[in-house]
Design a protein. Structure first.
Length: 344
């Protein structure tokens, strides 16, 4: 129904407007008596899908990637749709508008998106209040970042503010230093500043009543040497895992014409074109780190086969974003059925 009825309508709208319309529609539908139960009954659920990672139990391996539900608007809705977990954010200490519109674009020929949202969000305090009201048991990850106008030298303060505010309401944290849409942010992926940042967060974590798992989200544009540095930092700081990968600044091999791509301008590319590189990064990390390092794989999952491929590449869990835009919510059940069939 999504691809025949809703998608054609949504794709006639500006991409960001379509996103906002869909969220409003979901909130309305959830308010209709009995709908939540129907959604839940239609989702694939099996104990065989469950897995434990860094001390957190995930009822199935399919999660919603950060960026879709930045402000924790629909956390409980994702539970009824069949997701095993959801990652909210990226959240910053203070509210920010993000980059000027338009800032979200579809590339239908490539089944891809380009975004330069710029960490637009309501600020960590409002997001924390929303999470406090959630009523389902869905696993929630908190993806945290810094405000655009915060110098990199003071970035740790922003991450700590987000950590403190979300600590009671999330099951794990994700440190986002890999978005291409905040000027200078990716400089924090360099070995020395990243080690300092993660060490600072770990120190605060150790002071809490119960430690929260901390993961690092990395870009697909890193070289093998940089990936080696990342693994070294993970080992040195003792963080709990890696999310591979964020969006890419690479534009090679697209079917969309060069003139169209240039007209869109800067931003992170997601969707099918990222699949192979994301899998390459996951394979490399798994081959170097061995079986124990938790890896969440994200990038280019548009089918059940894509998800299975990513799991076989070495991911323990997977996340979807652009695939949901192009394929609709039925993708979640198809992936979970395929995972069961493949006995992964």
């Amino acid at each position: 129904m999504y691809k025949t009825l809703l998608k054609p309508f949504l794709f006639k709208l500006d991409a960001e407007r379509a996103h906002n319309f869909t969220f409003g529609l979901m909130q309305f539908v959830l308010g209709i008596p009995g709908v939540r139960g129907l959604w839940y009954a239609g989702s694939v659920r099996s104990k065989k899908l469950g897995r434990e990672l860094f001390g957190v139990y995930f009822p199935n391996p399919v999660g919603l990637a950060a960026g879709m539900d930045k402000n924790a608007s629909l956390v409980d809705a994702w539970f009824y749709l069949g997701f095993g977990f959801v990652e909210i954010g990226t959240v910053t200490p203070r509210p920010q508008e993000g980059n000027p519109k338009p800032r979200l674009f579809r590339l239908p020929a490539d089944e891809a998106l380009i975004n330069r949202m710029g960490f637009n969000n309501l600020g960590v305090e409002k997001v924390a209040k929303r999470l406090k009201k959630r009523y389902t048991t869905i696993v929630v990850g908190g993806n945290i970042g810094k405000n655009k106008d915060t110098p990199n030298e003071q970035a740790a303060d922003d991450y700590l503010k987000c950590f403190d505010a979300l600590y009671e309401y999330v099951d794990y944290f994700v440190v986002n230093v890999s978005s291409p849409n905040t000027p200078g942010l990716r400089e924090l992926q360099e070995k020395e500043p990243l080690t300092r940042l993660l060490t600072t967060i770990n120190h605060r974590n150790s002071e809490m009543p119960q430690r929260r798992p901390v993961l690092l989200k990395i870009a697909p544009d890193l070289s093998n040497e940089q990936l080696d540095d990342i693994l070294s930092i993970v080992k040195e700081t003792g963080i709990d895992g890696i999310i591979a990968t964020n969006t890419t600044i690479n534009r090679q091999g697209l079917r969309t014409t060069q003139s169209e791509v240039e007209a869109i301008g800067a931003g992170g590319l997601s969707g099918k074109p990222v699949l192979n590189r994301s899998n390459e990064v996951i394979r490399y990390l798994r081959s170097k780190a061995g079986p124990k390092l938790p890896i969440i794989g994200v990038g280019g999952i548009h089918s059940a086969g894509d998800a299975v491929e990513k799991l076989r590449a070495g991911a323990d869990l997977v996340q979807v974003y652009s695939g949901l835009v192009y394929e609709g919510p039925g993708l979640i059940n198809r992936i979970n059925k395929a995972v069961l069939a493949a006995d992964l």
